[in-house]
Design a protein around this ligand. Structure first.
Ligand SMILES: *Cc1c(COP(=O)(O)O)cnc(C)c1O
Length: 426
């Protein structure tokens, strides 16, 4: 082997994996077991005391999941990662390490509808208060900072309109405030954007979407960039203070630049319990092997579909950052030069009724609440994912009554355009 650093496509196939040492199996085996035998009593004690790394019980870690964790950490350029049962579980685990009851975090207003609900309602019951800011107005993040702010949360390519967030500008605000920047990179995937290169401290994914890529397995992952100093000012006691459940060790002091990933595992996953099934880890790993090929095709198809829609008489406007005329095109060229993703919205001249009619007439596009599948998907956010929001909040989050969201798949683009043409025209 040469000294060359492997490229992205090579990492997507190989990172974290090797032939199974006992059987020679080349694909990563599914270690479908709850528990692992200790070598002896001392080994068991050292595993429980965090003095040695190793497998104990699948709620805390599993060898199949470990390959997935190493692979995504490599693709994102992080120090370590932790896989969990879903994207939402990952968000809970992250914030549990950072916030005490009564603390605040700032979140971009343009987010996945499920995250808006989770932050507004579920997190409120934990005493974690979300403060909304506008990703198109960087100063709104600065104005939102208070002494209780513990983190900033944004999406790299934001739901539902596929707008591009200025990660570097918001990272500067986070640095000044002394809090970590968390970037949900689900819609971009590391193939299009690597947020750590632009100042993110923590990257989170719903693996359910483009990383798994086939619409068959839920999962989530947390990537630690290893960039944040958790010890300053006593702001992050979970990381900086002695842990009574682990003989008084301090996680930052003991684990250095992967302390956050360790905290998520040994305090978050161990105690909250949203473990990823090794079977799902296997499915998602298989998906990741083709991520670069799929993602490029998703983007190329999305651009062709957006161009078709932009000139259609029934369409009022298209919001796709890959179009030269789009207001996010400049940011797309900077952050996502290979393509602006495959999830975007357009609005219909016929308003709410036209949106409902379109989703019912499409045949190749599946009408469902997911994105990032090989198949093309469509939804009318105002009547589904964003229906809980009032009208003003719908419009603010990019999900007004006339808006339709597409997740463009990897079929032949001519077939996708023909399906839209018949549904729009009929
Ligand atoms: C789907 C999604 C989530 C939530 O992930 P689940 O795996 O469904 O829990 C979070 N963020 C974004 C951007 C998503 O698309």
């Amino acid at each position: 082997m040469s000294d060359r650093l492997p490229g992205f496509s090579t990492l997507a196939v190989h990172a974290g994996a090797q032939p199974d040492p006992t059987t020679g199996a080349r694909a990563t085996p599914i270690y479908q077991t709850t528990s692992f035998v200790f070598n002896d009593a001392d080994h068991a004690a050292s595993l429980f005391g965090l003095q040695a790394f190793g497998n104990i019980y699948t709620r805390i870690g599993n060898p199949t999941n470990a390959v997935l964790e190493e692979r995504v950490a490599a693709l994102e350029g992080g120090t370590a990662a932790l896989a969990v049962a879903s994207g939402h579980a990952a968000q809970v685990v992250i914030l549990q390490q950072l916030l005490q009851p009564g603390d605040e975090f700032i979140a971009a207003r343009k987010l996945y509808g499920g995250s808006i609900n989770q932050f507004t309602h579920a997190f409120k019951s934990f005493g974690w208060n979300v403060v909304w800011a506008d990703p198109d107005d960087i100063a709104s993040f600065e104005r939102a900072v208070t002494p209780r702010t513990k983190a900033i949360f944004i999406e790299s390519i934001a739901n539902p309109a596929g707008s591009i967030t200025d990660i570097e500008a918001i990272s500067t605000v986070a640095r000044k405030a002394g809090v970590p920047l968390i970037v949900d990179n689900t819609l971009a995937s590391p193939y299009l954007i690597r947020p750590i290169d632009h100042g993110a401290d923590i990257v989170v994914h719903s693996l359910t979407k483009f990383l798994g890529g086939h619409g068959n397995s839920l999962g989530g992952i947390i990537v630690d960039a290893g960039t944040f100093d958790w010890s300053t000012g006593g702001k992050y006691p979970m990381l900086s203070e002695p842990r009574p459940e682990y003989h008084g060790i301090r996680l930052q002091e003991t684990f250095g630049n992967f302390a956050f990933a360790i905290a998520c595992r040994v305090l978050g996953l161990r105690d909250l319990g949203p473990a990823l099934s090794p079977f799902n880890a296997f499915m998602i790993l298989t998906g990741i092997e083709t991520l670069p090929l799929r993602m490029q095709k998703h983007c190329d198809n999305a651009k062709a579909v957006a161009e078709f829609l932009a000139q259609h008489p029934a369409v009022a406007s298209v919001s796709y950052a890959g179009l030269a005329s789009d207001k996010y095109n400049q940011l797309a060229r900077k952050y996502a030069p290979k393509g602006a993703g495959a999830v975007f919205t357009f609005s219909l001249k016929g308003g709410y009724d036209a949106g409902v009619s379109l989703v019912s007439k499409l045949q190749l596009f599946s009408h469902l609440a997911n994105v990032g599948d090989t198949r093309s998907l469509v939804i009318h956010p105002a009547s589904t994912t964003h229906s809980q929001l009032d009208d003003a909040a719908k419009v603010k989050s990019g999900a007004g009554p006339d808006v339709v969201r597409l997740s463009v798949g990897i079929e032949d683009k001519e077939d996708l355009i023909a399906d839209l043409e018949q549904a729009l025209g009929a």
